[in-house]
Design a protein around this ligand. Structure first.
Ligand code: HEC
Ligand code: HEC
Length: 311
């Protein structure tokens, strides 16, 4: 990790708290299952699938209007809880969803069928009550233990999806068990399961981990880890610049503006380029993504299209 550079930048973005290292710790708090921050590696998910920019909704669904989730959504550009780069972030399941899932599955989870299937039904299938009711409606008689077994299997296949991805969905191996637990409790609310959701769960994380979520859950869908930057767009206008090029070629402020408000691609006119505008990310989250790219320089290697597993 290149903390020296992050500390240097911290002064530049006016984050004196970072100089003392608060919120920077790369290791999880003692009461927390382990997580391990790793660099983003290899070609983007779209390069991996060989998906031309215009032919897929992946990474572009974040701000579309869909059916709203049953639980209140945070207003655009706000996380559930106040955040600051000079102390650890407190993330809710809604935040983890926003950073990792929303750009493909949209706010309500409905995705963009048929390419991106809705995640609501697979989450509903993890509920004993829902499964029982569906079976009854179809006139199927099953024992309680058989129904419990079906719901448990649905949960196992959901967890397997995070570990190994789907046919065309990337893996989310960077999520640890605590994050998965917090995310699942949010998904259960989103899918309006009859079982009580319980108190909303949260997880506290250093901002570099938050940056890892933003990059691996969202940016990496379109951007290769390494390769040419936007300076090469003069000769190759269709190029999507690499993640590694951002800290070298963009200031933090220009980076945050591009992501949150949009900016034209170099040498083009207009208000935004082809990249979607991610107005639902906060300034702090986007800054965290930049600092993560500085601290953990992206790597060319790795199996194509997979984020690094825990070592
Ligand atoms: C890069 C886009 C992308 C991201 C990001 C993404 N998904 Fe998916 N997801 C897909 C696609 C495409 C499918 C359908 C094809 C497949 O299963 O691979 C899918 C399918 C699913 C399904 C199964 C739907 C079914 O009917 O079987 C679930 C559940 C799911 N995603 C949950 C999630 C969750 C939770 C997250 C965030 C941690 C997430 N996805 C992030 C693209 C994505
Ligand atoms: C749906 C695909 C897609 C996703 C997802 C995406 N980008 Fe982009 N991005 C592009 C494309 C295409 C370009 C080049 C054209 C343009 O500038 O709009 C680009 C350009 C950029 C640039 C400008 C580079 C420069 O030097 O001018 C930055 C910075 C950037 N992206 C950051 C991000 C970050 C950070 C994320 C994640 C929060 C992200 N992008 C997610 C498609 C995407």
């Amino acid at each position: 990790m290149r903390l020296d550079r992050v500390r240097g930048l911290a002064g530049a973005v006016g984050l004196l708290g970072l100089l003392s290292g608060a919120g920077l710790a790369a290791e999880p708090p003692a009461d927390r299952a382990s997580f391990h921050i790793t660099p983003v590696e290899g070609p983007s998910w779209r390069s991996h699938l060989n998906l031309p920019f215009d032919q897929s909704a992946m990474g572009r669904m974040g701000v579309t209007s869909g059916p709203l989730p049953s639980r209140a959504v945070n207003p655009w550009g706000h996380s559930a809880l106040p955040e600051s780069l000079d102390r650890p972030f407190v993330l809710t399941g809604a935040d983890l969803y926003r950073l990792n899932c929303q750009s493909c599955h949209n706010v309500g989870g409905s995705g963009s069928p048929p390419e991106i299937r809705s995640l609501i039904d697979p989450v509903r299938a993890t509920s004993f009550e829902v499964t029982k009711e569906q079976l009854q409606r179809r006139g199927a008689e099953l024992s309680e233990s058989a129904i419990r077994e079906m719901a448990a299997q649905a949960r196992a296949s959901l967890l397997d999806r995070f570990q190994n991805g789907g046919e065309r969905m990337p893996s989310f191996r960077h999520l640890d068990s605590t994050e998965v637990d917090v995310l699942l409790s949010y998904l259960r609310g989103l899918a309006a399961l009859p079982e009580s959701p319980g108190a909303p769960k949260t997880v506290s994380e250093p901002f570099l981990r938050v940056g890892e979520h933003v990059v691996k859950g969202t940016c990496y869908i379109c951007h290769d880890s390494t390769g040419p930057g936007s300076d090469a767009m003069a000769t190759t206008p269709q190029l999507i610049p690499s993640l590694a090029s951002f800290p070298e070629q963009k200031s933090v402020a220009a980076f945050v503006r591009k992501v949150k408000e949009g900016a034209p691609a170099p040498g083009t006119l207009g208000k935004t380029g082809r990249m979607p505008v991610f107005s639902y990310l906060t300034d702090e989250e986007v800054t965290a993504a930049y600092l993560y790219l500085v601290a953990y320089p992206p790597r060319p290697g790795g199996a194509p299209g997979t984020t690094s597993p825990h070592p």
